[in-house]
Design a protein around this ligand. Structure first.
Ligand code: AMP
Length: 355
């Protein structure tokens, strides 16, 4: 459980003068742009050096920069940030590079529920949560000798799919695996990938209603992964494997996508079950979260991962997506986060959405 007391931290905050802060990376241009659209101040934390390219994007550039040597130094500015009424928006890179423990103990109000962290970062707990919510996940193969169909081997803590590989037999697995690292073996699910971006508000009832609050679907994307997504240009995977060239899963970008409309009921049902289970387990996955799914030829969803904060796949939708456009024109996830914070401040409900 986390050590911060959000109510104490917020006690000194001027709720009419909030600043949205995040680390300059990942989805920060979108987060700053969304905050600006909602009339909030913005603060960018730049690690190492101020990145010059922000000057080229005036609508995505924060009002103020803080330069720190390393991620860990962020904690040293806690008091200063609190004086500026800063609310930090954690994104994927932020949490990964700061480190889970440091993030958990940061004495600065952050958007979302920090207790989600252990449930998404521990693969066993993640499975308990998602399967407990009634979702179908790819089968896990405990003993590599039981590999009879294609599997994907994932190293724990690997950044952006680095080092992941496909094996079709035990022999292939043995040849490729790095036993010095811990890994999980999952059934390789054949189908098409959809990374679905939800937004759960525990304090608003104006969307898909849940036992507490409501749920929105803001957008979806497909990740562009090198080299697996282009490997066929050079020959079949089989041919390449024989030459010692193995496909990899390193994320380099994101592609916008929509899903057949008839699947949306299932999409909302999955989102609903994930949120309801999260409320029961740890008080709720608050704000943005993403279900990473494969849709099979039988139109069934297999969920291989959950990300419990803004994902970079929302970046193609800075000026809205085919879904968020049906909620409000120009609504990005970054802007939706700013709206939630503004609403929480107005209704004195910030402690329900921050931790
Ligand atoms: P992850 O780190 O779990 O998000 O996985 C990285 C990438 O590997 C995903 O974006 C997918 O392209 C692929 N992947 C992961 N799990 C599976 C699976 N069970 N079946 C097929 N592809 C997968």
């Amino acid at each position: 459980m986390i050590k911060t007391n959000i109510k104490d931290m917020l006690a000194t905050y001027d709720k009419k003068n909030l600043t949205i802060g995040t680390v300059c990376s990942h989805s920060s241009l979108q987060i700053f742009n969304g905050a600006k659209k909602e009339g909030l101040k913005t603060l960018g934390i730049s690690v190492g050096e101020k990145k010059k390219f922000y000057d080229a994007f005036p609508l995505g550039k924060p009002d103020e920069f803080y330069i720190v040597d390393k991620y860990r130094d962020i904690a040293r500015f806690s008091e200063e940030f609190r004086e500026k009424n800063v609310i930090l928006i954690p994104h994927g890179s932020f949490v990964e590079y700061l480190g889970a423990e440091n993030f958990l103990h940061l004495q600065i109000p952050t958007f979302g529920n920090r207790n989600v962290l252990s449930w998404e970062s521990d693969r066993n707990k993640e499975r308990l949560w998602l399967e407990g919510a009634g979702l179908t996940m790819p089968k896990e193969i405990k003993n590599p000798k039981d590999i009879t169909k294609p599997v994907i081997v994932k190293y724990h803590g690997a950044k952006g799919g680095k080092g992941f590989f496909i094996a079709k037999t035990y022999e292939e697995f043995k040849k490729r695996v790095d036993e010095s690292k811990s890994y999980t073996i999952q059934e390789f699910v054949m189908g098409t990938r959809y990374y679905i971006h939800f937004f759960y508000s525990p304090i608003r009832k104006d969307a898909y209603e849940l036992s507490k609050g409501s749920l929105q679907l803001l957008s979806m994307d497909r990740r562009d992964e090198t080299t697996i997504d282009e490997v066929q240009r050079l020959g079949s995977i089989q041919e390449l494997e024989e030459l010692g060239i193995h496909p990899t899963f390193v994320v380099t970008g994101n592609i916008p996508i929509v899903m057949r409309e008839s699947l949306l009921s299932k999409v909302f049902k999955m989102g609903e079950e994930v949120v309801e289970k999260s409320i029961e387990l740890f008080g709720g996955v608050i704000g943005s979260f993403c279900l990473e799914t494969v849709v099979t030829e039988n139109l069934e969803f297999k969920v291989f991962e959950i990300s419990a904060r803004i994902v970079a796949g929302t970046n193609p939708y800075i000026s809205g997506s085919p879904y968020s456009e049906l909620i409000q024109p120009n609504l990005s996830t970054g802007r939706r986060i700013a709206q939630e914070i503004k609403y929480g401040a107005e209704k004195n409900l910030l402690s329900e959405i921050l931790s």
